[in-house]
Design a protein around this ligand. Structure first.
Ligand code: M6R
Length: 612
């Protein structure tokens, strides 16, 4: 989604803004711009420079920012929602007379109505965006007090927003406000910052505050003040971000995605180890006693995209391990379906960013209905982390590539820990089984490392299929959940049409799509379902499919059917998803690479989907 960065301090702002925007490129964008306050002339003014396409165009236009003077400014990368990607629609937007400049993430839902009214009042619009209405509204309400004008705008607009604002007559000051769209402030010796995401300012400071919802912030080079919507000053606390800058750099890898695939052993280890004490799973951080856990009668899991696939895995895994029924919903569906849930249901929202609009809305819906919500979240201090009753952090570190890999793997690890804790609290699993499961959990990172050592085999195979038109993934049970993830990974970065099916469903329609040479990936790690899956692979092969088998070492009969087989180390069946996903990620990566695509920034996609 769009990215925001702002700086006010003692150094030239434009190079810092461009640098920050570059760190947000991974979020996805189609145009970019900066606005810098000019205090020097006869009258203070705001200079805006914008460009369609990649940031390098903006860099060229401004000599890497050097040609834009001024020490206070805001910048934006836009991912088009209202109006096509173009210079005129890109941010920042001026208000009439260039008195105000605004950058915006989110969507103003009632912008049409406001636009019509303002037009009748004599305001003229140059862009097709919802954001320009905010610029004009600010101009309309501004009579010398920015906080008052912003608060009036907050009462007038509906929707979600994170706004960075400059007033021409207040050079050196940045104003920011947010509702349901993330925005942080950071402070440092050189000056103060706003940003939509931590990596944008990590190079300059780790001392940040996640702006609470519906709060306004005023920043100067040396001060930061927070206000509520009633314009009263409020105190906020800052916290230290412990991600280091290197974690957000490629570190010698060709792409963030490959780097993050390689970071999985560490990420999984970092997520599991702190929750194991004396060989037992310790879920103290949930703030739920063993009795409270034992009382949980049902899990309602909600998420989007890959995080939803984690929930699908959890359905199989938790039901087997803890004998607790698990319902799984896409957050975009859950939030509107007025769900019927039994009293002791624990709602679990899974999200890497902690800012996904639908997941956040689902969380709020569940809380409104009176349910306890647990967030499985990667970004510390994000909206879902703050609004959930308890948080279980996945310690994946910053994930930059749009296609999630290490965050997915840590979400799986989190689910395993919860399943064991729940099973234990309910008396479904005993000490011996817990010990066995914990020991195996701790071995997963090393097993992932072993798969990575064989990446060339997958690369070789991927190159053969990088020009496919369609690729299918099939599996049963847990392997069906892994197939869903393998298919999503492939399609999102390679643009090859792909579907995943529960293998038993093939005969109910999909098999008619199978034709000569089509690649079908069969995932088979579950002993009781292995033969069934093999039969399904035979069915597609006999209709011309080229079959890739993904299974565990030992299941060598796979080679009787598959044209090519990839083996992963043996593990307990309930943890197999953590291993089979690695070759599926590598397959997607190398297919996309073979097609020469921008692996880390696939078209039309954004890392964090903060609008509905
Ligand atoms: O930040 P979240 O985990 O809430 O994001 C959910 C999805 O948008 C995300 O998993 C998406 O599907 C990934 N791009 C998949 O690789």
């Amino acid at each position: 989604m769009c990215g925001i960065v702002g700086f006010t301090g003692r150094q030239q702002a434009a190079p810092i803004l461009l640098d920050g925007l570059e760190k947000l490129e991974y979020r996805g964008y189609d145009s970019a711009g900066i606005a810098v306050a000019q205090a020097g002339g006869a009258e203070p003014s705001i200079e805006i420079v914008k460009a369609k396409g990649r940031l390098k165009v903006l860099r060229e236009m401004t000599d890497d920012g050097r040609s834009v003077s001024g020490t206070c400014g805001i910048g934006h990368t836009r991912w088009a929602t209202h109006g096509e990607p173009s210079v005129v629609n890109s941010h920042p937007h001026y208000a009439k007379n260039k008195r105000v400049a605004v950058v915006h993430n989110g969507i103003i839902e009632n912008y049409q109505e406001i636009r019509e009214k303002l037009t009748k009042e004599g305001f003229s619009f140059v862009s097709a965006t919802d954001t320009e209405t905010v610029a004009h509204l600010l101009d309309k309400y501004y009579t010398g007090n920015p906080i008052e004008a912003i608060s009036k705008v907050m009462f007038r607009v509906r929707g979600s927003y994170a706004l960075g604002i400059l007033f021409a007559d207040r050079p050196g000051e940045i104003y920011a406000v947010r509702k349901d769209s993330p925005l942080i402030v950071g402070r440092s010796e050189q000056g103060n910052f706003i940003a939509s995401d931590v990596p944008a300012i990590l190079k300059y400071t780790r001392d940040v505050c996640f702006i609470p919802n519906l709060e306004i912030v005023k920043l100067t080079a040396v001060e930061i003040h927070f206000y509520n919507v009633d314009q009263e000053e409020v105190e906020e606390t800052f916290s230290e971000i412990n991600w280091d800058t290197e974690a957000a750099e490629k570190g010698g890898f060709a792409h963030f995605m490959l780097k993050e695939i390689y970071e999985q052993p560490k990420a999984v280890r970092d997520t599991i180890s702190p929750r194991i004490s004396d060989g037992h799973v310790d879920l103290e951080e949930l703030g739920m006693s063993r009795e409270e856990l034992a009382k949980v009668s049902r899990l309602q899991m909600v998420a989007c995209g890959s995080a939803y696939h984690v929930c699908m895995t959890a359905r199989y895994m938790v039901e087997q391990t803890a004998r607790v029924p698990v319902d799984v919903d896409l957050a975009s569906e859950f939030r509107y379906r007025n769900p019927v849930m039994e009293k002791d249901t624990l709602v679990i929202v899974v999200s890497q960013s902690g800012e996904t609009a639908d997941s956040l809305a689902a969380l709020r819906e569940a809380k409104k209905l009176g349910y306890r919500v647990l967030g499985i979240v990667n970004v510390v201090g994000s909206s879902i982390a703050r609004e959930a009753d308890s948080v279980f952090y996945t310690w994946a570190g910053p994930e930059i590539s749009v296609a999630t890999t290490k965050a997915y793997s840590t979400q799986l690890a989190a689910v395993y820990l919860l399943a064991i804790g729940l099973g234990k609290a309910k008396g479904v699993i005993g000490e011996a089984q817990e010990t066995q499961m914990v020991e195996e959990l701790l071995r997963l990172p090393e097993k992932i490392e072993r798969i990575l050592e064989e990446k060339e085999r997958i690369q070789w195979f991927a190159n053969k299929f990088s020009h496919s038109k369609d690729i299918f993934f099939i599996g049963r049970g847990l392997d069906y959940a892994s197939s869903l993830e393998g298919s999503l990974k492939l399609k999102e970065i390679s643009y090859i049409h792909s579907e995943a099916y529960a293998a038993g469903e093939l005969k109910h329609g999909t098999i008619s799509l199978i034709e000569d040479g089509i690649l079908v990936v069969g995932v088979a790690t579950q002993k009781g379902l292995f033969e069934k899956l093999i039969s399904n692979m035979v069915e597609v092969k006999s209709r011309g499919a080229y079959v890739l088998g993904v299974t565990s070492y030992g299941n060598y009969s796979m080679e009787d059917v598959a044209n090519y087989t990839i083996y992963v180390p043996k593990t307990m069946e309930c943890f197999a998803a953590s291993l089979v996903v690695v070759p599926l990620q590598l397959l997607a990566y190398y297919v996309a690479l073979g097609k020469g695509l921008d692996v880390d920034k696939p078209r039309n996609l954004a890392k964090s989907v903060t609008v509905e």
